[in-house]
Design a protein around this ligand. Structure first.
Ligand SMILES: [Zn+2]
Length: 290
């Protein structure tokens, strides 16, 4: 029986075709299979494109399409996003963030979380992992001395072990291959401070939903909350809270209220356990982006 690369359990895998259609479709995704673990119900691409193929795809195909939607210069600044505000609020409930600590955003998109962190946290030192040169130029203009890197290793070299107090990532990790994500999470764990926090959000879908989705490109991992928690634990994180909003809340304010309600309940549970060393918070939200 094979071992699931997400939950590490021996399990049966069912296979479905990758749905390489829609706005972001590209020939590098032709013929990819998506396996689903019978234990954790997470899914992943078993034969993903190579790192160099993905790098070329994101710079030449995906980024220009996203830039047209997101980071246009005449958009109001800073961009406001309830997702960033709610995730940072969640993180602050579980982690310590002293003035001038480092806030690291992995896959910052158009900078909504960096902007939110700059007014929600006390004088944060902003850092991000980002590849798009146009986005990087925009961040340098808007955020001054932001630390920008293209790899987790460079961030580690700059800030050292336990050098980051808040790691944030929203709708990014589903674009990784599973091997790449494990490496990234292991590296992030070494960077996270003793009282630090990882707050992340990923989309999810069951295999039944995956079969009906209009397209799966360019996501390569489809998390269940059970799979996400198992993966984080095996990479050394302690999971404090995992909120599953799929099918329970539509986009908008109801989603934020749902997360905060879950958080308050989670922090009450946590207050009975004062032995928590290093913490992480995960949100698992889905579906229709907003
Ligand atoms: Zn599994």
């Amino acid at each position: 029986m094979p071992t699931c690369p997400i939950c590490d359990k021996d399990a049966d895998f069912s296979i479905a075709p990758f749905r390489n259609i829609g706005q972001h479709a590209h020939p590098i995704f032709d013929g990819i299979d998506i396996a689903t673990c019978s234990s954790c119900r997470s899914s992943w691409a078993t034969n993903p494109p190579s790192q160099s193929e993905l790098g070329r795809y994101y710079s030449s195909h995906y980024a220009p399409a996203r830039m047209a939607l997101d980071a246009v210069p005449d958009r109001p600044w800073p961009p406001r996003d309830p997702r960033a505000t709610s995730l940072i609020t969640l993180g602050r409930l579980f982690g310590r963030f002293a003035p001038a600590s480092v806030f690291l955003d992995i896959g910052p998109g158009n900078g909504t979380a960096l902007a939110a962190a700059s007014y929600m946290l006390p004088r944060p030192r902003l850092a991000c992992i980002e590849y798009n040169e146009r986005t990087i130029a925009l961040f340098r203009e808007k955020f001054g001395d932001i630390f920008v890197s293209q790899s987790a290793q460079n961030v580690f070299d700059a800030f050292g072990p336990e050098g980051i107090h808040f790691i944030y990532s929203a709708h990014c990790f589903e674009h990784f291959t599973i091997d790449e994500l494990r490496q990234m999470l292991t590296c992030l764990r070494t960077m996270l401070a003793h009282n630090g926090v990882l707050a992340l959000e990923v989309p999810q879908a069951s295999i039944d939903k995956l079969r009906k989705l209009p397209a799966t490109v360019p996501h390569l991992i489809f998390f269940s909350s059970r799979g996400l928690k198992a993966l984080l634990k095996s990479c050394g994180f302690k999971v404090e809270l995992c909120v599953e909003t799929l099918g329970r809340s539509k986009a908008g304010n109801a989603y934020v209220q749902e997360q905060l309600r879950e958080t308050i309940q989670g922090s009450r549970r946590r207050s009975r356990d004062t032995s928590a060393p290093s913490t992480s918070v995960t949100g698992s939200a889905a579906g229709r982006g907003w």
